[in-house]
Write a protein of this length. Structure first.
Length: 181
């Protein structure tokens, strides 16, 4: 029987090796076949080396960007689920995508300036809408958890107060509500 720690380590190593293998193989696939030996040949000037241009300008940056975006989305999903303490939490079920769409729609409708600090207004408004939706959902979840805890304590105290000799209502409410026979 493999221990849990070893199983997690093997899973990490397996998926990590798979991701590295995909990142190494992906630039080699495409509509134009390339020769790796020719792409890395330094004797051919870069302007004349079509294989190097396809590999270094078109394919490799896209593969690296895809890997970075994918890992960022995976990490943000894990953080999202941990923050809300719900393994099924997704941006669609909790309204985050709708909040982002609302922010983007407001930026387009209100014709906000095209750039602030080098960023376009539409993605910034979309991000603000998503943050607003997360804040609303998180606030509602906390309020419900707080009220549920308060209601539970009140119900438990009321149930204990009805038991003879509990002393809860004796001390707090005075003799009118206590159960003294």
């Amino acid at each position: 029987m493999i221990s849990i720690g070893r199983r997690i380590l093997l899973t990490w190593l397996g998926f990590g090796a798979g991701a590295i293998l995909v990142c190494l193989a992906a630039p080699l696939m495409g509509s134009t076949s390339i020769n790796l030996r020719r792409a890395f040949d330094t004797s051919i000037p870069f302007a004349d080396n079509l294989d190097a241009q396809v590999f270094f300008v078109a394919r490799l940056p896209r593969v690296l960007a895809g890997a970075m975006v994918g890992s960022s989305l995976a990490a943000s999903g894990v953080v999202f689920q941990a923050l809300l303490r719900n393994p099924l939490a997704t941006p669609f079920t909790l309204g985050v995508s709708a909040g982002a769409a609302l922010g983007a729609m407001l930026a387009v409708t209100l014709n906000l300036p095209s750039g602030i600090a080098g960023f376009s207004a539409v993605p910034m408004a979309s991000f603000a809408g998503a943050l607003g939706a997360v804040a609303i959902v998180y606030g509602l979840a906390r309020a419900k958890r707080r009220s549920r805890g308060r209601a539970f304590r009140q119900t438990a105290n009321a149930a204990r107060a009805r038991q003879p000799g509990s002393g809860i209502l004796d001390a707090e409410a005075g003799p009118s509500l206590s159960r003294t026979s």
